[in-house]
Design a protein around this ligand. Sequence first.
Ligand code: PBG
Length: 325
Amino acid sequence: MSFLQQRPRRLRTTPAMRRLTAETRLAPAELILPAFVREGLSEPNPISSMPGVVQHTTDTLKRAAAEAVELGLGGLMLFGIPEVRDAEGTASLDPEGVLNKAIRDVRAEVGDDLVIMSDVCLDEFTDHGHCGVLDADGYVDNDRTVEIYAQMAVAQAEAGAHMLGPSGMMDGQIAAIRAALDDAGHVNTSVVAYAAKYASAFYGPFREAVDSQLKGDRRTYQMDAGNRREALREVELDLAEGADIVMVKPAMSYLDIVADVAAMSPVPVAAYQISGEYAMIEAAAANGWIDRRAAITESVLGIRRAGADMVLTYWAAELAGWLKE
Ligand code: PBG
């Protein structure tokens, strides 16, 4: 005779039962694919620390965008790698610069079938690799940087981006970008604020992906790994400044932050599963230490379960393909 009334295992007995009672599901529409485009390339260039990810040519980027539409992805987040860099990152403002041109090309390719997002940050464009311009002491000058971000934002909106992603963690960047967009008539260009972005060792492979010139670190602008309360302050500021979506980054070592932000945010919450998180799973899988597909799926599911409404992940296209099987 059974003595148990409560048997949670009843709901796990068959795949159909587990499917019925799943609390979190994944769908292509909530996945955003970050993509790199490099000026002057004739062939896509593999990124060795991110196996399977490349620096795109214009052509391969357009193809990736068309594929993203077919897969039903939510969006693309574009990063540009210019041929020439300088202290002020001036190539970021050139309408013919690599990122602005890529936005225009992708928009011409996919129209409104995908949310086209672009990185508003100077680190890819400066010869010192910092996310802003430097003052005489080598400190990243907040207010001068924000002025440039505002101009970058208008240039990207003019190129056709639907949503801008300021990732530089300057104070007041959302308000400045919002005001500049509105003044230029781009009232419907939205902003996904990298609100709680931590100074992380897991950005390592991204530095290779964008040929970053950075020496040193970003600790005077990105957050310290141990700070939890401060994330809410950053999110509240970005909301007050007009953020349409708020993001937590990285994702996997910051799931408590994702959950905190999800609990208080009146706007959608994004999380960015970054280059180092990608590289770790790829490396373990390549060694036969974990089941690649199961680990990828579980990692993204965990980020969604923590409360993220959408996830930026380098596996977006592959994962969406699996979800359609
Ligand atoms: C800054 C930016 C970075 C990433 C996205 N935007 C690099 C950094 O802050 O050091 C990292 C993304 C990743 O690691 O996948 N423009």
